[in-house]
Design a binder for this molecule. Structure first.
Ligand SMILES: Cc1cc2nc3c(=O)[nH]c(=O)nc-3n(C[C@H](O)[C@H](O)[C@H](O)COP(=O)(O)OP(=O)(O)OC[C@H]3O[C@@H](n4cnc5c(N)ncnc54)[C@H](O)[C@@H]3O)c2cc1C
Length: 496
């Protein structure tokens, strides 16, 4: 019997993983990718011996990687050559004080007690709550496929309204554990990964600092793009076909079915089912016939964007840890500028990554490779933001903050600079509004309320990736791929 065929649009994390699942079930899979290489946001580029992860730099939630690689018949630990990063982050505050987030209890106790007496007990209680939230969220939300409302609205899930604290804002919840604003920000900044401000994120997200402290932050040898290489290896072995430089211009539909895709060069490809990994709001807006659904999606909340700098530097800055985070005192104002005013905060919190501290091959000997990421608002509707000016201001802010660590000569030692603004994210990966994390994770865009892994009208069109269920991030894209393909295989009657 002829194998059923599926076209996957996009070779991001979710697309490659989904293709591998399907091919391992005997489906004939072709991935069409607009760019010349796989990875999507988890991209990598190199210049003069300096290697840069373009998007993700932190491997968090390692248990999800292990489970999802195992579901693909592989071992994440073996394929990714993981090393634990400890301390994970070096936090630097406006007054020059510092905090290294580490799994070493004695070091954490000493550092926290010096900032706020009694706060170590607060941390232990906070981590305990994060632990509960993590276990519950994984079991009842992340790993669940909400195919119909009754899968979500169950008596069993009712206590989640209390136990996951979804109706309490994360930052407000911090008062139960810490007085000191620096500590409140040290254990809530991770909400930005969800595209949210801690002042509006549900307290559920205490699960993120919990997993970082308890399960660790890791680094695959060669950087995060190694995850892409490992998935490519699995997909190639399973027989997935790849077409690069092949942008899909349209998904052909007929009634309630998707029939195939039309590429930018006019070629038509037909298949029994389509799985879109390109970001979901873009697929609705640009690849499908225009209808009310796309308009409704465009009005949903999108996450912020970032301005990124990739620097090749002619000397090493050994005093910089692998992940340094400068957290501004005007924390609330920072999020307001980014989320409401769609701009760069006056005194922005920002992040600097020095991969050569973890893997010396990321930079030529005696030199350094640095990445700075500055969160900013996403593209506005009117296109009135001056991204050249915003980028220049952001660069000066990075230099200013590094100077507080004694690094005053970086500008003079730059060999080259590559920078991305929200316009770059939009153009490279078709991210609507240049929003780096896609649809954000507020209450009305979570669980059953997040766009589902199958289109509500076209019964053979599926989605895997950041803006669909369960949400943004590399490990969740892997989960999304498994849930979407499980549904597709069920629909095709191919489930084992
Ligand atoms: C700056 C930044 C930092 C991040 N940091 C982290 C981190 O530290 N840890 C973490 O876990 N996550 C992080 N993330 C999030 C993570 O990168 C993403 O959630 C994840 O990579 C999304 O994968 P995806 O499956 O949604 O696919 P995407 O990466 O969105 O890939 C989709 C693919 O579809 C292709 N495509 C689009 N349109 C078409 C078309 N018309 N035809 C053909 N192909 C098309 C695109 O080119 C792309 O290759 C970060 C993201 C960014 C941008």
């Amino acid at each position: 019997m002829k194998a059923p065929s599926v076209i996957v649009i996009g070779a991001g994390i979710g697309g490659i993983a989904a293709a591998a699942h399907l091919a391992r079930h005997g489906v004939h899979v072709t991935i069409v990718e607009k760019n010349s290489r796989p990875g999507g946001r988890c991209d990598r580029f190199s210049r003069n011996g300096h290697h840069f992860d373009a998007g993700p730099t932190l491997l968090v939630m390692p248990l999800l990687y292990e489970a999802e690689f195992a579901a693909l018949g592989a071992s994440a630990r073996e394929m990714l050559a993981l090393q634990r990063v400890d301390p994970t982050y070096h936090l630097v505050f406006d007054d020059g004080s510092r905090l290294s987030l580490t799994s070493d209890p004695k070091s954490m106790r000493d550092q926290l007690e010096a900032i706020e007496p009694g706060s170590y007990q607060g941390l232990l209680r906070y981590v305990e709550e994060g632990h509960q939230h993590y276990d519950l969220a994984m079991d009842r939300l992340v790993n669940q496929d909400f195919r119909k409302a009754s899968d979500f609205f169950t008596f069993r899930n009712l206590p989640l309204l209390y136990r996951l604290k979804p109706l309490i804002h994360h930052y407000n919840n911090m008062s139960a554990y810490f007085e000191e604003p620096r500590l409140k920000s040290a254990f809530t900044f991770q909400d930005v990964y969800m595209g949210l401000s801690p002042f509006e994120a549900p307290a559920t997200f205490s699960m993120m600092p919990y997993t970082e402290l308890a399960h660790g932050v890791w680094y695959p040898r060669g950087g995060m793009h190694r995850v892409v290489e490992a998935l490519m290896d699995i997909a190639n072995r399973a027989g997935v076909e790849f077409m690069f430089n092949a942008a899909v211009q349209q998904i052909e539909v007929n009634g309630t079915a998707a029939r195939g895709v039309i590429l930018a060069d006019g070629h038509r490809l037909a298949a029994e089912a389509i799985l879109a990994n390109a970001d979901l709001p873009y697929v609705y807006a640009d690849l499908l016939p225009r209808d009310g659904l796309a308009d409704r999606l465009a009005h949903k909340r999108f996450s912020c964007s970032v301005v990124s700098f990739f620097w090749g530097v002619d000397k090493p800055y050994e005093m910089l840890g692998p992940h340094t985070l400068f957290l501004a005192d005007d924390y609330r104002e920072n999020f307001k500028s980014i989320i409401q005013d769609l701009t760069l905060p006056k005194n922005p919190s920002l992040y600097v990554h020095a991969p050569a501290r973890l893997d010396s091959s990321m930079s030529p000997a005696g030199e350094d490779t640095l990445i700075a990421i500055v969160p900013v608002g996403h593209l506005d509707e009117k296109g009135e933001q001056d991204w050249g000016e915003i980028r220049d201001l952001a660069r000066q802010e990075v230099f200013r903050r590094l100077a507080t660590l004694g690094i005053t000569d970086l500008e003079a030692h730059l060999k080259f600079e590559v920078s991305y603004t929200p316009l770059s994210w939009h153009k490279r990966y078709n991210l609507l509004k240049g929003s780096t994390h896609g649809l954000c994770h507020n209450l009305t865009q979570l669980g059953y309320f997040r766009p589902h892994n199958r289109h509500p009208r076209y019964h053979n069109l599926y989605f895997a990736g950041a803006s669909t269920h369960p949400g943004t991030g590399v490990p969740t894209a892997l989960v999304s791929a498994r849930l979407a393909t499980q549904r597709l295989l069920d629909d095709l009657g191919l489930s084992k």
